[in-house]
Every structure is written in structure tokens, then in C-alpha cells.
Design a protein around this ligand. Structure first.
Ligand SMILES: [Zn+2]
Length: 191
């Protein structure tokens, strides 16, 4: 049986822009199911607050700094982006963080969305601009939150239809089927 990735950095083969937002949304890891008898430990890479976020941003080559207000914006941005990958949209999605963006128009280059912020906000704006760009290219919809409540890992669906339900059909899909079977449900979802 395949082990789930220990962290987003272990997921290989993603284009750089996808890898960046994939790492951002999965910096909150809620997985707590058992694999080979061992329960996974949920965790938040930013648990230490602004200092932990600064370390995370720096490790991902983004502008960093310790800024408590920007930390709140980072948490809101992550929640909003995570919500947008849910297979069942939440009734009240998290509000998107307030980030200053600018549109520049270069000769021959066309309009471009750029960050008008500095420090941590510049990093967050970069994440947001990348997400907007992926969305415009039809790729954001491929970032999907695993349907298993005890997983919620956001995976990049490389299948042709791009409608995968589970980060791992073998692990999360099977767990669902076993539970549905135990509960006598017949309406189990296809993997
Ligand atoms: Zn999963």
C-alpha cells in the first residue's frame, strides 16, 4: 500500500506554480487516519504564529518577516483558498484576505496583476496572483480537497476528467467504502 506524502514537499512532478499553492493550502494538515497501524498527526506549519509563518515563507523563497496583522491575513487567505477546493462548497466560505494588488500594462506585454505590498503581504499577494492565474488557465479546479473528513488533504488531480474524490482511492476511498459497508449504506460513492 502506498504511504500518503509526509508533507507537500514530498509530492513530486507538480509545475512550480501549482507546487507553491499546493504547499500553501496544505500547510494546514488535518490528516489523522491510520496507515499501517500508525495514526497520522495533524499539524499546522504556522502553529508558532508570525515567526513560524516567516520561516515557512522563507523556506519557500517568498518575502518574509514577522508581522502579526499579515499573519491573520495569511490564515484567512489559506482558509479561503482551502474552501475553494472543497468538493461540496461551504455555505459560508471564508472571506478572502484584503491584499493590495495592481494591474500594470506593459507595451506588448498586456495587463498583468502584480503585488502592491511589501513583506509578508507581498508573499501573500504572490500566492493569490498565482491562484488567480491557475484559475484563469483552468488548473485551479484540479486542486481538490479529499472527501474524507479525517483527511482533507488537497491533492492535484492529474486524471483526464479531473474529478477525483480522494487523494488516494486505496487509502481514503477504501476507508469510505468500508465504513459505508459497515453502516449498511448502499449509496456509497464511486472511487
Ligand atoms: Zn485523502
Amino acid at each position: 500500500m502506498v504511504r500518503p506524502p509526509a508533507d507537500p514537499a514530498e509530492v513530486t512532478g507538480l509545475p512550480a506554480d501549482v507546487a507553491l499553492v499546493h504547499a500553501f493550502v496544505n500547510s494546514l494538515d488535518l490528516r489523522e487516519y491510520r496507515v499501517h497501524g500508525k495514526r497520522m498527526t495533524p499539524g499546522d506549519a504556522w502553529e508558532g504564529g508570525p515567526a513560524a509563518l516567516a520561516r515557512w515563507l522563507d523556506a519557500h523563497g517568498l518575502p518574509a518577516g514577522e508581522d502579526p496583522d499579515a499573519f491573520e491575513r495569511a490564515v484567512r487567505l489559506r482558509a479561503a483558498l482551502r474552501d475553494s477546493t472543497r468538493q461540496t462548497p461551504p455555505e459560508e466560505p471564508a472571506p478572502l484576505a484584503d491584499l493590495p494588488l495592481l494591474v500594470t500594462v506593459g507595451v506588448g506585454a498586456g495587463p498583468r496583476l502584480v503585488s502592491a505590498a511589501a513583506g509578508v503581504d507581498a508573499a501573500l499577494a504572490r500566492i493569490l496572483i498565482t491562484a488567480v492565474d491557475l484559475s484563469a488557465r483552468g488548473l485551479w479546479a484540479r486542486l481538490r480537497m479529499c472527501l474524507a473528513d479525517d483527511c482533507q488533504w488537497i491533492f492535484y488531480d492529474r486524471s483526464r476528467p479531473g474529478r477525483g474524490r480522494w487523494c488516494s482511492p486505496q487509502l481514503c476511498g477504501n476507508r469510505f467504502k468500508i465504513r459505508a459497508h459497515r453502516e449498511g449504506r448502499r449509496d456509497s460513492l464511486p472511487t
